[in-house]
Write a protein that binds this ligand. Structure first.
Ligand SMILES: NC(=O)c1ccc[n+]([C@@H]2O[C@H](COP(=O)([O-])OP(=O)(O)OC[C@H]3O[C@@H](n4cnc5c(N)ncnc54)[C@H](OP(=O)(O)O)[C@@H]3O)[C@@H](O)[C@H]2O)c1
Length: 274
């Protein structure tokens, strides 16, 4: 039994791989860089933007967990993948999308400038759904790791502008990996129930909790954000309060990953169960 994990070198995909190995799969990981195979993991070099190497990567893969993604153009990457997977006769394609993909309207240039990611995820969802392959798509909220990177960047400023009224419901990437693998091993089920973290935090609160955990002191300045998409976010379109199934909180994540007054133990980021 062979499984392909696109994005198997990323925050989420790295956590998916050991879970598939535990389930008895031979795992192939797609990466744009060449890597030596290791610990039962085969690396296939390929690029979902150009299509190079994708035919070989999907060959023989019964299931594909598609966790490769960037801020832009995920619909084109999905298209490359489904075309190759259709030719290879893949039995189950599992895609990770984002909560709010269908609820955040991206119409004006300002919406595009701030939220084209959600539009691209929605377009990629459609590519998967129309692929003719048996599929499952899971929408999750933001991973702790992504929000940590964001607040770390913000905290480089002496005064931190924080979009007023925005909230996030961060989730543990390991818990999302558990669910993705469960879905992949089950029957293709289309759009799966969303997965969100245990509670929603206003952005300013996320920043304050991080500052406290890392012993930093900064001023937080509320900033108003224009556009329809930002309005939808202020109304909670990126949250799933009824699907708050995640267990690990932001505070618990930071306790594991932020130590001392200023630094993060980088080596621990993204570790299975970490
Ligand atoms: N992070 C979040 O908060 C969050 C929330 C909900 C959903 N998601 C979705 O979950 C997925 C994984 O997110 P993540 O945070 O784990 O991502 P990540 O850490 O940024 O990793 C991105 C992965 O995508 C691969 N990739 C990027 N461009 C590629 C290309 N052209 N061809 C082949 N592979 C490519 C990279 O592989 P190489 O660099 O090795 O080539 C890397 O493994 C994404 O689809 C994202 O939209 C993320």
């Amino acid at each position: 039994m062979k499984a392909l994990v696109t994005g198997g070198t990323g925050t989420l995909g790295r956590l998916v791989v050991p879970r598939l190995l535990d389930a008895g799969y031979d795992v192939r990981v797609l990466s744009r860089r060449s890597r030596e195979s290791e610990d039962g993991i085969e690396f296939a070099m390929g690029d979902l933007v150009t299509g190079a190497g994708i035919e070989a990567a999907v060959e023989g893969a019964e299931i594909i967990i598609h966790a490769a993604g960037t801020m832009k153009g995920d619909e084109d990457k999905a298209e490359q993948l489904v075309q190759a997977a259709s030719r290879a006769g893949t039995r189950h394609l599992v895609y990770i999308s984002v909560v709010g993909a269908e609820r955040i309207p991206v119409t004006s240039w300002i919406d595009h400038a701030m939220f084209s990611y959600f539009e691209s995820k929605r377009a990629a969802e459609r590519v998967v759904a129309k692929s003719g392959l048996p599929w499952t798509t899971l929408r999750a909220t933001q991973f702790h790791e992504s929000l940590l990177m964001l607040v770390q960047k913000m905290a480089k400023l002496p005064v931190i502008p924080v979009p007023a009224g925005w909230s996030f419901q961060p989730i543990d990437a390991g818990e999302v990996a558990d669910q993705l693998v469960d879905l992949a091993l089950g029957t293709p089920s289309g759009l799966a129930p969303e997965m969100a973290g245990p509670r929603a935090y206003e952005m300013a609160e996320l920043v304050r909790i991080y500052l406290k955990a890392s012993g930093k002191h900064r001023l937080i300045l509320p900033a108003w954000t224009p556009g329809k998409a930002a309005r939808a976010v202020r109304a909670g379109a990126n949250l799933a309060p009824d699907q708050a199934v995640g267990r690990r909180t932001w505070e618990e994540f930071l306790a594991l990953h932020v130590s001392g007054p200023t630094h993060v133990r980088q080596g621990q980021l993204g570790r299975p169960g970490g």
